[in-house]
Design a protein around this ligand. Structure first.
Ligand code: ADP
Ligand code: MG
Length: 523
């Protein structure tokens, strides 16, 4: 038994190789790490933001402007830095846009917290002040939500706002935004069924194009080359089966001793396969989507009867096809009944360069919509896919999660103003933190201005004075230039939910990091 520690002697409670940083050092290292992460994405903010090229260990290249994607692709290890990455990924999951905004704001809140700590403001006062300011921010957002139901024009503006500067290529944000709004309107009944809208990309077109497909696109190719490639008014079966010989009769029976027996075994196989094909054909199926493998002989029999069949269809795809066409997912071929079949207006197979795609259009049951994008390279279609998903998410958020607010930094200026006004009534040092929060918000319009090539200080001064006289003012970026004006008039709108979420999660991460004064890491 070890002796109890004597007074004045150190007592070791941690393993020998544990690393520990405490007090100011811990705080400062965490804050530096958080700021560093946030700084990496700063230059991508807004329509004139730059792109980043990220190269992985294995040499894969991603070119993007999307905050969440950048932070996800970077190999960030520092635990405090990792928290900023989480802010951005939570933002992506919750509302689908505003990931750079959230990361930049987190960094700025940390930077201001650092100054306050240097001035001997206690972390608790900072945390309380930030929470107080965040509450005022949420109220201000609510007050600034544009009145009335959001109409198609506004939704298109929201989509354009989220997609400008996102590598939309020769298509431009406007037509893409219209496609996005059309797609969302198609899956809107009581609410928006966002999951029913898919984005599919196909490289290989010389110039880019998007098409709205009222249905699903599958990457699977027909089982047999003689199958039809265009079926109208199709009865559809979705099967979770393998259409192969169950177990080879020849392997199983090692007592095959004569040619007759071998032939009998082969016949039995052929019969089994023939039966699969017949069951499908007799049920009146025109098109079958099969998750398992299909024997060539089955494929050939189906082709003879003009049945179109796809094999190795993924489970997800099988489910969406079943849902859209009103088919049941059948697990045993013998159980297939007329009731299980669904239908679609049209199933067609089209060739794009090397690839073949199947289009399942006009499913009888649920609306399923696919935004189909073509472009020259994978880098381009990948970034376009991210932009379209942002567009789809913001339109959904605007409809479902409480409307839209003025973008282009205007809402941030309004929030900062409201916070400064209320700060006066906050007592003690907490007031300094409330004011610091307002100053931190300025980073967003300031960064927009910087990225648009404007002088950030002049822009901020003009913004504030225009805000004071007009009530609302943002930095509108058009082409190469930026000017201070009313974003509502210029049609730069963001979903209120994107701003709410960004402020909430940035506050949370910054206060959490500020509160830490001891880092104990096991090696
Ligand atoms: P995030 O990842 O935060 O969405 P973005 O790079 O998409 O970052 O930039 C979003 C910001 O850019 C929003 O504040 C939005 O209002 C603003 N913005 C978008 N279009 C314009 C425009 N034409 N002029 C000024 N600001 C714009
Ligand atoms: Mg965005």
């Amino acid at each position: 038994m070890s002796q109890p520690a004597q007074r004045g002697q150190p007592m070791f409670i941690l393993a020998e190789d544990t690393e520990r940083t405490q007090g100011d050092d811990a705080q400062s290292s965490n804050i530096q790490a958080g700021k560093a992460v946030s700084n990496t994405v700063r230059s991508t903010l807004g329509p004139r933001g730059m792109d980043k090229m990220l190269v992985s260990d294995s040499g894969d290249v991603v070119i993007t402007n999307d905050g969440a994607t950048i932070l996800e692709e970077m190999d960030i290890e520092h635990p405090a830095a990792q928290m900023i990455v989480e802010v951005s990924s939570t933002q992506e999951e919750e509302v689908g846009d505003g990931t750079t905004t959230a990361a930049v704001l987190s960094g700025e809140l940390l930077s201001r917290a650092e100054d306050l700590l240097d001035d001997d403001v206690h972390p608790t006062a900072i945390v309380e002040g930030y929470h107080e300011a965040s509450r005022i921010a949420q109220e201000t957002i609510d007050e600034h939500v544009v009145d009335g139901t959001v109409d198609d024009e506004q939704l298109t503006q929201v989509a354009v706002t989220s997609m400008t500067g996102k590598g939309t290529g020769d298509i431009g944000a406007e037509p893409l935004a219209e496609t996005v709004v059309d797609a969302i309107r198609m899956v809107e009944t009581d609410g928006v069924d966002r999951d029913s809208v898919d984005v599919r990309t196909q490289k290989g077109a010389s110039s880019s194009a998007t098409e709205l497909i009222e249905g699903i696109i599958s990457e699977e190719e027909p089982v047999h080359e003689n199958m039809p490639t265009n079926v109208e008014d199709a009865s559809i079966a979705v099967l979770d089966v393998d259409l192969e010989v169950r177990e080879s009769n020849i392997d199983a029976e090692y007592n095959v001793s004569s040619v007759d027996q071998l032939n009998a075994a082969l016949d039995a196989e052929a019969n089994e396969l023939r039966e699969y094909a017949d069951t499908l054909i007799d049920s009146g199926v025109d098109v079958a989507f099969i998750t398992g493998d299909v024997d060539d002989r089955v494929g050939s029999s189906l082709a003879t009867e003009d049945v179109l069949a796809f094999e190795s269809v993924s489970d997800d795809e099988a489910e969406s096809i079943a849902r859209a066409t009103g088919s049941s997912l059948v697990g045993t071929i013998d159980d297939l009944e007329a009731d299980d079949l669904g239908s679609a207006d049209r199933v067609r197979v089209e060739k794009f360069g090397e690839d073949e795609l199947a289009f399942i259009e006009g499913g009888s049951n649920a609306e399923a919509v696919t935004v189909f994008v073509r472009g020259g390279t994978d880098h381009f279609t990948d970034e376009l896919e991210r932009a379209l998903n942002d567009g789809l998410d913001v339109v959904t958020a605007a409809i479902e999660k409480g409307g839209v607010v003025a973008g282009a930094g205007a809402i941030e200026i309004a929030i900062a103003d409201a916070i400064r006004q209320e700060a006066a009534s906050v007592t003690g040092r907490k007031q300094l933190a409330v004011e610091a929060f307002a100053d931190a918000l300025d980073v967003l319009p300031r960064t927009l201005a910087t990225n648009a090539g404007m002088d950030p200080i002049d822009a901020l001064v003009e913004l504030r004075s225009t805000h004071d006289s007009n009530g609302i003012a943002g930095i509108i970026v058009e082409g190469q230039n930026g000017r201070v004006t009313d974003p509502l008039e210029a049609g730069v709108l963001d979903p209120a939910a994107v701003k709410r979420e960004a402020i909430e999660s940035a506050t949370e991460a910054a206060t959490m990091i500020t509160r830490i004064d001891d880092v104990i890491s096991a090696s």
